[in-house]
Design a protein around this ligand. Structure first.
Ligand SMILES: *Cc1c(COP(=O)(O)O)cnc(C)c1O
Length: 240
Protein backbone atom coordinates (compact mmCIF):
# COMPACT_ATOMS: atom_id res chain seq x y z
CA UNK A 1 0.00 0.00 0.00
CA UNK A 2 1.15 3.56 -0.65
CA UNK A 3 1.60 5.98 2.24
CA UNK A 4 -1.65 7.72 1.24
CA UNK A 5 -3.47 4.38 1.38
CA UNK A 6 -1.94 3.56 4.78
CA UNK A 7 -3.05 6.94 6.16
CA UNK A 8 -6.58 6.37 4.83
CA UNK A 9 -6.63 2.84 6.21
CA UNK A 10 -5.54 3.86 9.73
CA UNK A 11 -8.05 6.72 9.72
CA UNK A 12 -10.82 4.31 8.66
CA UNK A 13 -9.86 1.89 11.45
CA UNK A 14 -9.95 4.72 14.01
CA UNK A 15 -13.38 5.79 12.78
CA UNK A 16 -14.72 2.24 12.89
CA UNK A 17 -13.41 1.70 16.44
CA UNK A 18 -14.94 5.01 17.52
CA UNK A 19 -18.35 4.16 16.08
CA UNK A 20 -18.27 0.75 17.71
CA UNK A 21 -17.79 2.48 21.04
CA UNK A 22 -20.54 5.01 20.30
CA UNK A 23 -18.02 7.83 19.88
CA UNK A 24 -17.81 10.50 17.21
CA UNK A 25 -14.71 9.77 15.08
CA UNK A 26 -14.06 13.53 15.06
CA UNK A 27 -13.09 13.31 18.73
CA UNK A 28 -9.94 11.38 17.84
CA UNK A 29 -6.82 12.81 16.21
CA UNK A 30 -4.25 10.63 14.51
CA UNK A 31 -0.72 11.72 15.44
CA UNK A 32 1.88 10.39 12.98
CA UNK A 33 4.93 9.21 14.94
CA UNK A 34 7.56 10.36 12.46
CA UNK A 35 10.80 9.27 14.17
CA UNK A 36 13.47 8.17 11.66
CA UNK A 37 11.39 9.41 8.69
CA UNK A 38 12.81 11.85 6.17
CA UNK A 39 11.48 15.36 5.61
CA UNK A 40 10.08 14.22 2.26
CA UNK A 41 8.17 11.35 3.87
CA UNK A 42 6.78 13.75 6.46
CA UNK A 43 5.63 16.11 3.69
CA UNK A 44 4.01 13.18 1.85
CA UNK A 45 2.18 12.13 5.03
CA UNK A 46 0.84 15.65 5.50
CA UNK A 47 -0.22 15.76 1.85
CA UNK A 48 -2.06 12.48 2.52
CA UNK A 49 -4.08 14.00 5.35
CA UNK A 50 -1.91 13.82 8.47
CA UNK A 51 -2.67 16.88 10.61
CA UNK A 52 -0.34 16.27 13.57
CA UNK A 53 3.23 14.95 13.62
CA UNK A 54 4.80 13.56 16.80
CA UNK A 55 8.58 13.65 17.21
CA UNK A 56 10.77 11.81 19.70
CA UNK A 57 14.18 13.26 19.23
CA UNK A 58 15.09 16.91 19.57
CA UNK A 59 17.85 16.69 16.99
CA UNK A 60 15.71 15.10 14.28
CA UNK A 61 12.92 17.53 15.01
CA UNK A 62 15.21 20.55 14.70
CA UNK A 63 16.48 19.32 11.34
CA UNK A 64 12.91 18.84 10.06
CA UNK A 65 11.93 22.29 11.36
CA UNK A 66 14.87 23.80 9.48
CA UNK A 67 13.51 22.02 6.37
CA UNK A 68 10.01 23.32 7.07
CA UNK A 69 8.92 19.67 6.77
CA UNK A 70 5.92 20.04 9.11
CA UNK A 71 4.29 22.87 7.12
CA UNK A 72 0.53 22.44 7.19
CA UNK A 73 0.50 20.23 10.30
CA UNK A 74 0.78 20.71 14.04
CA UNK A 75 3.75 19.34 15.94
CA UNK A 76 3.85 17.37 19.20
CA UNK A 77 6.91 16.29 21.13
CA UNK A 78 6.30 12.71 22.30
CA UNK A 79 9.74 11.41 23.33
CA UNK A 80 11.82 11.48 26.47
CA UNK A 81 12.82 15.12 27.02
CA UNK A 82 15.97 16.00 28.92
CA UNK A 83 15.84 19.25 30.86
CA UNK A 84 18.94 20.54 29.06
CA UNK A 85 17.06 20.31 25.74
CA UNK A 86 13.94 22.14 26.85
CA UNK A 87 15.13 25.32 25.10
CA UNK A 88 14.96 23.55 21.74
CA UNK A 89 11.37 22.42 22.28
CA UNK A 90 9.38 25.00 24.27
CA UNK A 91 7.59 27.40 21.94
CA UNK A 92 8.46 25.32 18.88
CA UNK A 93 5.82 22.61 19.34
CA UNK A 94 2.08 22.83 19.89
CA UNK A 95 2.07 20.21 22.64
CA UNK A 96 4.72 18.49 24.76
CA UNK A 97 3.08 15.12 25.47
CA UNK A 98 5.79 13.62 27.63
CA UNK A 99 6.22 15.64 30.83
CA UNK A 100 7.32 13.00 33.29
CA UNK A 101 8.88 14.78 36.28
CA UNK A 102 8.61 17.90 38.42
CA UNK A 103 12.09 18.93 37.34
CA UNK A 104 11.06 18.87 33.68
CA UNK A 105 7.83 20.70 34.45
CA UNK A 106 9.79 23.49 36.18
CA UNK A 107 12.29 23.73 33.33
CA UNK A 108 9.45 24.10 30.81
CA UNK A 109 7.77 26.74 32.99
CA UNK A 110 11.03 28.71 33.24
CA UNK A 111 11.70 28.62 29.50
CA UNK A 112 8.09 29.48 28.61
CA UNK A 113 8.25 32.43 31.02
CA UNK A 114 11.45 33.62 29.40
CA UNK A 115 9.77 33.50 25.98
CA UNK A 116 6.60 35.03 27.42
CA UNK A 117 4.36 32.26 26.10
CA UNK A 118 2.11 29.52 27.45
CA UNK A 119 3.22 25.99 26.59
CA UNK A 120 0.59 23.25 26.28
CA UNK A 121 1.63 19.99 27.91
CA UNK A 122 0.44 16.50 28.85
CA UNK A 123 1.68 14.56 31.84
CA UNK A 124 3.15 11.18 30.93
CA UNK A 125 1.93 8.38 33.18
CA UNK A 126 3.83 5.13 33.67
CA UNK A 127 0.56 3.23 33.78
CA UNK A 128 2.18 -0.19 33.88
CA UNK A 129 4.47 0.85 36.75
CA UNK A 130 7.51 -0.39 34.82
CA UNK A 131 10.88 0.39 36.39
CA UNK A 132 12.49 0.81 32.96
CA UNK A 133 10.10 3.54 31.82
CA UNK A 134 9.85 7.23 32.54
CA UNK A 135 6.52 8.70 33.52
CA UNK A 136 4.66 9.53 36.70
CA UNK A 137 3.15 6.79 38.78
CA UNK A 138 -0.65 6.94 38.72
CA UNK A 139 -0.70 7.74 42.45
CA UNK A 140 1.50 10.84 42.04
CA UNK A 141 -0.26 12.13 38.92
CA UNK A 142 -3.10 14.12 40.56
CA UNK A 143 -0.64 16.11 42.68
CA UNK A 144 1.54 16.83 39.65
CA UNK A 145 -1.55 17.85 37.68
CA UNK A 146 -2.38 20.36 40.40
CA UNK A 147 1.15 21.77 40.28
CA UNK A 148 1.10 21.96 36.48
CA UNK A 149 -2.27 23.68 36.44
CA UNK A 150 -0.92 26.31 38.84
CA UNK A 151 2.02 27.31 36.66
CA UNK A 152 1.32 30.53 34.74
CA UNK A 153 3.23 29.60 31.59
CA UNK A 154 1.99 26.04 31.32
CA UNK A 155 -1.42 24.88 30.18
CA UNK A 156 -2.14 21.33 31.22
CA UNK A 157 -4.19 19.63 28.50
CA UNK A 158 -4.31 16.06 29.78
CA UNK A 159 -2.43 12.78 30.01
CA UNK A 160 -0.31 10.49 27.87
CA UNK A 161 0.76 6.87 28.40
CA UNK A 162 2.90 4.19 26.80
CA UNK A 163 1.69 0.92 28.34
CA UNK A 164 3.84 -2.21 28.51
CA UNK A 165 4.39 -4.08 25.25
CA UNK A 166 1.32 -6.33 25.07
CA UNK A 167 2.00 -9.99 24.42
CA UNK A 168 -1.59 -10.76 23.45
CA UNK A 169 -4.23 -8.82 21.52
CA UNK A 170 -6.26 -6.67 23.87
CA UNK A 171 -3.59 -7.02 26.56
CA UNK A 172 -3.45 -3.28 27.21
CA UNK A 173 -7.15 -2.60 27.50
CA UNK A 174 -7.04 -2.59 31.29
CA UNK A 175 -4.27 0.02 31.23
CA UNK A 176 -6.23 2.16 28.78
CA UNK A 177 -9.28 1.92 31.03
CA UNK A 178 -7.16 2.94 34.05
CA UNK A 179 -5.83 5.93 32.09
CA UNK A 180 -9.36 6.96 31.19
CA UNK A 181 -10.31 6.86 34.89
CA UNK A 182 -7.25 8.91 35.89
CA UNK A 183 -8.09 11.43 33.16
CA UNK A 184 -11.64 11.79 34.46
CA UNK A 185 -10.36 12.11 38.05
CA UNK A 186 -7.98 14.89 37.08
CA UNK A 187 -10.64 16.74 35.17
CA UNK A 188 -12.83 16.61 38.24
CA UNK A 189 -9.98 17.66 40.52
CA UNK A 190 -9.16 20.70 38.41
CA UNK A 191 -12.68 21.95 37.98
CA UNK A 192 -11.51 25.55 37.50
CA UNK A 193 -9.54 24.66 34.43
CA UNK A 194 -11.71 21.76 33.33
CA UNK A 195 -12.24 22.99 29.79
CA UNK A 196 -8.50 22.79 29.17
CA UNK A 197 -8.21 19.11 30.07
CA UNK A 198 -9.25 17.55 26.79
CA UNK A 199 -6.42 15.26 25.63
CA UNK A 200 -5.90 11.61 26.43
CA UNK A 201 -3.02 10.30 24.33
CA UNK A 202 -2.73 6.51 24.18
CA UNK A 203 -2.59 3.73 21.62
CA UNK A 204 0.10 2.89 19.04
CA UNK A 205 0.20 0.70 15.91
CA UNK A 206 -0.56 -2.54 17.74
CA UNK A 207 -3.41 -1.33 19.92
CA UNK A 208 -4.85 2.02 18.80
CA UNK A 209 -8.32 0.57 18.21
CA UNK A 210 -8.48 -0.65 21.83
CA UNK A 211 -7.28 2.77 23.00
CA UNK A 212 -10.00 4.53 20.96
CA UNK A 213 -12.62 2.23 22.45
CA UNK A 214 -11.37 3.12 25.93
CA UNK A 215 -11.50 6.88 25.31
CA UNK A 216 -8.28 8.06 23.64
CA UNK A 217 -8.47 11.46 21.94
CA UNK A 218 -4.96 11.22 20.45
CA UNK A 219 -3.43 8.02 19.05
CA UNK A 220 0.27 7.98 18.12
CA UNK A 221 0.94 5.71 15.16
CA UNK A 222 4.23 5.07 13.37
CA UNK A 223 4.71 1.56 11.97
CA UNK A 224 1.14 1.15 10.69
CA UNK A 225 1.63 4.31 8.59
CA UNK A 226 5.27 4.16 7.53
CA UNK A 227 6.19 0.47 7.85
CA UNK A 228 8.92 -0.96 10.09
CA UNK A 229 11.67 1.40 11.28
CA UNK A 230 15.39 0.72 11.17
CA UNK A 231 16.73 -0.56 14.52
CA UNK A 232 16.58 2.08 17.25
CA UNK A 233 19.62 3.80 18.72
CA UNK A 234 18.77 3.68 22.41
CA UNK A 235 15.67 2.83 24.38
CA UNK A 236 15.76 6.22 26.05
CA UNK A 237 15.72 8.13 22.78
CA UNK A 238 12.64 6.18 21.87
CA UNK A 239 10.82 7.37 24.94
CA UNK A 240 9.91 3.79 25.72
C1 LIG B 1 7.38 5.39 18.07
C2 LIG B 1 6.33 5.86 19.02
C3 LIG B 1 4.98 5.64 18.76
C4 LIG B 1 4.47 4.86 17.56
O1 LIG B 1 4.87 3.52 17.65
P1 LIG B 1 4.40 2.44 16.56
O2 LIG B 1 4.35 1.17 17.32
O3 LIG B 1 5.42 2.46 15.49
O4 LIG B 1 3.08 2.85 16.07
C5 LIG B 1 4.06 6.17 19.66
N1 LIG B 1 4.44 6.85 20.75
C6 LIG B 1 5.73 7.07 21.03
C7 LIG B 1 6.08 7.84 22.25
C8 LIG B 1 6.70 6.57 20.19
O5 LIG B 1 7.99 6.78 20.49
Amino acid sequence: MSLAQQVASVQARIAAAARQAGRDPEEITLVAATKTQTSDTIRAAIAAGITVCGENRVQEMSAHLDDDAYAGARLHFIGHLQTNKVRQVVGRVDLIESVSSLRLLEAIEAQAAKLDLVQDILLEVNIGGEASKSGLLPAETPQMARLAAGRPHIRLRGLMAIPPAASIAGGNRKFFAQMRQLFVDIRTLLTDNKSDIDCLSMGMSGDFEDAVQEGATLVRVGTALFGPRPPVRTAQNEGQ
